[in-house]
Structure formats: structure tokens, C-alpha cells
Ligand binder design. Structure first.
Ligand code: PLP
Length: 387
């Protein structure tokens, strides 16, 4: 039986068209784009074509696109690079629900003497704009606030956030790794200064990222060396992956209209789980959520136990509780939302893609009640709760 892959926020399948686009750059066009000879020149053209394809996805100018090694590198470069270039800014604003790729560098800056403000979220995982306004009063800052959350799919009002930060003379970076290819992003309308994307979340390979840097934004590179990427990221370009990401960006734009179908499948999964599994709750703001993401808590059972049971049935999802996410701590996102302990521990994230079919959703819905009933029968939490 075919596997059901519902963990697309962790990583997504490389689209067959993307693989096809990349292959010639291993076999024939392996020149260095910086070389003066025709070998390199041909390759350079393809890199620039990919840059234009990525720029088109977010309505940027191609000169504003910097290729990096991953989303994490893009986030680190944006945060450290702009602060280093500015010198005078000593204040960093972020949110408590950011990915570690943002929280890591922000907390490192705090340890090195910067003033760090981590904005809270409400029980739906939404940011409080009044709290942001208050934080912006404390002087010139860099704000790094995500566009969409990887665990809950909650979408922040980025246009409003960016306008507020700009009005306060701040620099605004957004981690749009989960928003890229899933939401319409238009940097002409949303005045962010910097924006991070990652290839492997939008059907390109792992190990390729993008940093959008608005014209005029001052930023020191994280990697020093050659003059690649207009001296914003040293290192010989990863040409096959850049070409693949360009193709993936083009496909993502074309498939954007598919998000209605994906949302319908997600909603079917959500309604089905609520109807067939008692003591189940949805986590996150369902009115402002990525079409592909469903974060659901099954009370009184461990997320890991659910994941292993599903995995045995050929179904891949992920959990916001300990261990499976590679950390020993339960989800910092769900905890920031004030979700009770028993619900955090039983949380599962299902994340769909344009390759998800209704038959796959039906298969999960057919299996899940049995999994939940069996695990609850063994659960010490259920016995403790007197059920
Ligand atoms: N930011 C968010 C919101 C993510 O979900 C991820 C990956 O899970 C990253 C950043 C890091 O991206 P990469 O794996 O390309 O370093």
C-alpha cells in the first residue's frame, strides 16, 4: 500500500519537474557561473533565470534575491547582517512562536548585550499588535516576525506588522519559509525589508534558501569570501539547486489556485477527526491559517505514540510534543499559546501539499479512531482523569 505523506511542513517531495530541470546541471552544465568563459556564461544565464523566477513568486526585483544554503542561513543573515551593518540599533523584537532559526540568533544577540523583546501570542496563536506597538516605542529596532507558523499554520497580519515597524523607523525581517508558495506574497504591498524562503518547503530540494533584501537595505554578509550574489553571500553558487528552486517557484505560483482544494481536504480531515475522536481540539486560529496545516490535540495520549502507530500504518505526520521534533522539550509554540499540558503532549500536525489526494485523507480518517481508542485504553492520563 502507498504511504500517505502528511508532513509537508517538515519537508516536501521534490516535484518531478524540478528534478528534470536540475539534471542537466549535474551532467552537462557544470561550469562555474563566475567563470569568464562560455562554459560559465551559459550556467550564469540559468542562475539569473532562476533568480527572476523566484523574484516573480514574491513580486520582487531579481536584484533583491540572494540565494543561500537554507532558510536558517537566510534568517541568520537577515538578523545578524542588518544589525551589524546598522551599528546603532540595540533592540530586537521577535515573537515567542518563531522557528529556532530566528529564536536562536535573537537569543544569542540578547546574550551579547542586545535588548530582546519576545512578543506573546494569545490562545489562538495570534500576535497582539498593541504589544508590538508598545515594544516599538523603545527605540530603533530590528523586528523579526514570521509570516506563517510552521506548527499551527497561523498566519500573522504581515502587511500591518511591516507598516507598524516601518512607521517606527525599524527594520523588518519576516521568516516566510512556511508562507512561501502557500500564500500570495507581494513585497510591493507588504513593506518588509527582508524575507526568508526555503526550497525544501516548496517542492525543491533541501539545502537551498533565499533571502529577499529590499533595495537600499544595509546588510553585512554572514559568509565572507568571494563576490558571489553581489557580495551578499560568498561561496560558489549551488547551481543545480538554484535552477531547481527557480522551477519550483514557477510551479508554486501556477499551483497557488490549488490552495482551495487543499483547504477543503484539510477541513475534511479536521471535521472527520472532531466527529470520530472524542476529547480532541484544534490548535490555532482557524480563521487565519495556512490552507495545508492542521494542528490537533488528542487529550490523554502522547503525540509520539500516535505518530508511531500512524507510521506503522504507512501514514506520516509530526508531533509538537517531545522527542519526535528532535528536541526534549514539548512545543514552545503550543506552550506560548497556553495550551494545557495534556493537550500539548497529545498534539499532532498534519500538513498537506498539492500532491495530497482525497483517498489519502479518507485513509487517515478510517485509521485514526482505532489508533486513539487503543492508545487511550493504555493511557495513565485517562486513568488519572477518572475516565
Ligand atoms: N523557518 C521556519 C518557519 C521553518 O519551518 C523552517 C524549517 O522547518 C526553517 C525556518 C528552517 O529552514 P531550513 O530547514 O531550510 O533551514
Amino acid at each position: 500500500m502507498q504511504n500517505v505523506y502528511l508532513d509537508n511542513n517538515a519537508t516536501s517531495m521534490v516535484a518531478p519537474e524540478v528534478v528534470e530541470a536540475m539534471l542537466p546541471f549535474f551532467r552537462e552544465h557544470w561550469g562555474n557561473p563566475s567563470s569568464m568563459h562560455a562554459f560559465g556564461g551559459r550556467v550564469r544565464e540559468h542562475v539569473e533565470n532562476a533568480r527572476a523566477q523566484v523574484a516573480a513568486l514574491i513580486k520582487a526585483d531579481p536584484s533583491e534575491i540572494v540565494f543561500t544554503g537554507c532558510g536558517t542561513e537566510s534568517d541568520n543573515t537577515a538578523i545578524r547582517g542588518t544589525l551589524e551593518a546598522s551599528g546603532v540599533r540595540r533592540s530586537v523584537i521577535t515573537s515567542r512562536v518563531e522557528h529556532p532559526a530566528v529564536l536562536g540568533p535573537c537569543r544569542d544577540l540578547r546574550d551579547r548585550g542586545y535588548n530582546l523583546i519576545e512578543l506573546s501570542v494569545d490562545h489562538l496563536g495570534q500576535i497582539d499588535l498593541a504589544e508590538l506597538q508598545e515594544a516599538l516605542r523603545r527605540g530603533p529596532c530590528l523586528a523579526s516576525i514570521m509570516w506563517a507558523n510552521n506548527e499551527t499554520g497561523v498566519v500573522f497580519p504581515m502587511a500591518e506588522i511591516a507598516r507598524m515597524v516601518k512607521a517606527a523607523d525599524g527594520i523588518i525581517h519576516t521568516d516566510a519559509v512556511q508562507a512561501g508558495g502557500k500564500l500570495i506574497i507581494d513585497v510591493q504591498r507588504v513593506p518588509v525589508d527582508l524575507l526568508a524562503l526555503s526550497g525544501h518547503k516548496l517542492h525543491a530540494p533541501k539545502g537551498i534558501g533565499v533571502l529577499y533584501v529590499r533595495k537600499g537595505t544595509r546588510m553585512k554578509p554572514l559568509l565572507l569570501g568571494g563576490h558571489q550574489e553581489d557580495s551578499r553571500r560568498a561561496g560558489t553558487e549551488n547551481v543545480p539547486y538554484i535552477v531547481g528552486l527557480g522551477r519550483a517557484a514557477e510551479l508554486a505560483a501556477r499551483h497557488m489556485a490549488d490552495s482551495g482544494r487543499i483547504a477543503k481536504l484539510r477541513d475534511k480531515l479536521q471535521a472527520g477527526l472532531l466527529a470520530t475522536c472524542p476529547d480532541t481540539q484544534i490548535n490555532g486560529d482557524t480563521q487565519n491559517r495556512l490552507a495545508n496545516t492542521l494542528n490537533v490535540s488528542f487529550q490523554y495520549i502522547e503525540g509520539e505514540a500516535i505518530l508511531y502507530s500512524l507510521s506503522d500504518l504507512g501514514i506520516a505526520a509530526s508531533s509538537g510534543s517531545a522527542c519526535s521534533s528532535g528536541s526534549l522539550e514539548p512545543s514552545h509554540v503550543l506552550r506560548a499559546m497556553g495550551i494545557p499540558f495534556t493537550a500539548v503532549h497529545g498534539s499532532i500536525r498534519f500538513s498537506l501539499s498539492r500532491f495530497t489526494t482525497e483517498a489519502e485523507i479518507d485513509r487517515v480518517l478510517a485509521q485514526m479512531p482505532g489508533v486513539v481508542t487503543r492508545l487511550r485504553a493504555m493511557s495513565p492520563f485517562v486513568q488519572h482523569a477518572g475516565r
